[in-house]
Design a binder for this molecule. Sequence first.
Ligand code: BEZ
Length: 213
Amino acid sequence: MAIRLGDTAPDFTAETTKGPIQFHQWMEGGWAVLFSHPKDFTPVCTTELGAVANLKGEFDKRNVKVIALSVDKVDDHKGWIKDINETQNANLDFPIIGDPERKIANLYDMIHPNALDNMTVRSVFVIGPDKKVKLTLTYPASAGRNFDELLRVIDSLQLTAQFSVATPANWKPGQDCIISPSVTDEEAKKKFPRGFKAIKPYLRVTPQPNIKV
Ligand code: BEZ
């Protein structure tokens, strides 16, 4: 059964390159990104894992732990990490789950046999501190993911979890936000002391609430 937004992320135990983990316990107190790769020693995956390793500081700043999964064994992952570090100028130090029996891949519906036989597609799950799934992405094997976009949407998720706002198309941190439709104009005056502009009654914009000018 597919995992939907708002569902509790299924808990699991797994062997990883950093030792055994229990997923919920591992992510306790913060956000998590769980992302899958089709196979070890493949070119696009190598660039993706290098990219995430090089953005580790950005994930740390946002209190987000990252964990990868590929349907190979932990020992294979360990050999592959050496190649990733060498070719991507990286120092990969987050766990990669070994899932040769596809236990977690099946639990998270990461195998789409009509697209890629018996390998995981490029799935991403962003999970909040409440263990609920906040965002899912599914890319085919042929398209590497944009991890700057992942950070951008995490910024949006964390902001909108805190304030009654949404973020418009192509929003970047620091830009104006949209006031949630459930907030009345009277409430908006109190909640957003820097004011708001009603372009239409349903389209009201306000400066990003947690940024001081
Ligand atoms: C890759 O990561 O390059 C890849 C993996 C599986 C199929 C095709 C490409």
